[in-house]
Design a protein around this ligand. Structure first.
Ligand SMILES: [Fe+2]
Ligand SMILES: [Fe+2]
Length: 173
């Protein structure tokens, strides 16, 4: 392994953090499905897939550097929240904690002179800025909702957004 052990270990931990985030968002999708809010649920489901992709970006980088990726047990995510606002607030707080982890990883890579890891980590830093922005927007939207009707309108909008973001799947012939 040519990658610094500190950086490789932190990156491996990050693979598990990203999978954990995927699981947390799938738990939120389940909460929203249970509330009859399938648009929010689809949106969180899409987000769970994004987190899995993040894990795989790091996984692939480690494999390319001949590092064996260690996978740890994932904590069972909550599927109960006090309200949509509560779930989204917790999602935003989670993204903020991931940003801190990526910053720490970036710092370790700088300190170890691991310049080859930097393009990937730059990508993650930019992605975290985007993620925090997206979740903040979602939170402002849900806080502005005055009644169930407006919540259903927002749910419809998120469902459409999630459907548009999904890659087109070809029907089998
Ligand atoms: Fe992520
Ligand atoms: Fe994220």
């Amino acid at each position: 392994m040519r990658l610094s052990k500190t950086v490789a270990d932190l990156m491996n931990e990050q693979v598990n953090h990203e999978l954990n985030a995927a699981y947390i968002y799938l738990g939120m999708a389940s909460y929203f499905d249970g509330e009859g809010l399938s648009g929010f649920a689809s949106w969180f489901r899409g987000h769970a897939l994004e987190e899995k992709d993040h894990a795989m970006k790091l996984y692939d980088f480690l494999v390319a550097n001949n590092v064996k990726v260690i996978l740890t047990a994932l904590e069972a995510p909550s599927v109960e929240y006090a309200s949509p606002e509560d779930a989204i607030t917790k999602a935003l707080r989670h993204e903020e904690s991931v940003t801190d982890l990526i910053k720490k990883l970036f710092g370790a890579a700088m300190e170890a002179g691991e310049y080859t890891a930097q393009p990937l980590l730059h990508w993650f830093l930019a992605e975290q800025v985007e993620e925090e922005d997206v979740f903040s927007t979602r939170l402002e939207e849900v806080q502005a909702v005055a009644d169930r009707f407006q919540l259903l309108m927002l749910d419809k909008q998120l469902g459409e957004e999630a459907a548009a973001a999904q890659p087109a799947v070809e029907e089998p012939a």
